[in-house]
Write a protein of this length. Structure first.
Ligand code: SAH
Length: 204
């Protein structure tokens, strides 16, 4: 297992994902490092898989769609909420300059730290409630939320977006989850609703 399977995964995503930088990041990322040993045989399948603490590593297609939605620039500073396995954060780190990632469960954050180091990805991890964002390093050019918010995105996250910043998050409304893209333009907040998804809930 290794880069050959990751490259094959990126090829399979090509019909649904147009951004070559995103596909390149997926092709270079050893997803097997981010899943429990028992799930390694399935690490390069396009499916969500169980990780510790009853959580999941997201489906690669959904991760890729969220990454391309953020339109990351190489000098961007990014906040990721819900570190989980660290896989999504590792991909963000290949596409942007600085990545901060917040996780509620310390045990998951510890495992993610080891996986990120093994994959050679530089991400600054924090343990705590991501609904509060990470004010110490704000503002962020992009914010990625990997757990579903009930109806509204936590206001602290919107506050910590830089002018021109983008935020992508699954939002649950009337029993249905969809990705939402928020863009900050001056005093205006532009909201676009995108793909249907299934994420674990964002705890508050
Ligand atoms: N991005 C992850 C997938 C994470 S699943 C990956 O690539 O593997 C969602 C994660 O969000 C879970 O690990 C869950 O513990 C975490 N989470 C849920 N609510 C949270 C909150 N309020 N603050 C921080 N993390 C939270």
């Amino acid at each position: 297992m290794g880069p050959a399977e990751a490259a094959a995964l990126a090829v399979r995503l090509r019909s649904a994902v147009g951004d070559e930088r995103v596909l390149g990041a997926i092709a270079a990322m050893p997803r097997e490092r981010f899943v429990p040993l028992s799930e390694r045989p399935r690490a390069y399948e396009n499916v969500a898989l169980p990780i510790a603490c009853g959580q999941t590593i997201s489906q690669p297609l959904v991760v890729a769609r969220m990454l391309e939605t953020l339109q990351l620039q190489p000098d961007d500073r990014v906040l990721d909420i819900g570190t989980g396995s660290g896989y999504h954060a590792a991909l963000l780190a290949r596409l942007a300059a600085e990545v901060y990632s917040v996780e509620l469960h310390a045990a998951l954050s510890d495992r993610a730290a080891r996986a990120l180091a093994a994959a050679g990805a530089h991400v600054t991890l924090a343990v705590g409630d991501g609904c509060r964002g990470l004010p110490a390093h704000a503002p962020y050019d992009a914010i990625n939320v990997a757990a579903a918010a009930r109806r509204r995105i936590p206001p602290a996250l919107i506050e910590q977006l830089a002018p021109g910043g983008r935020l992508v998050a699954p939002v649950e409304e009337r029993g249905e989850q969809r990705l939402a893209l928020l863009r900050k333009r001056g005093d205006e907040l532009l909201v676009t609703r995108l793909d249907r998804v299934r994420f674990v809930p964002l705890r508050s």
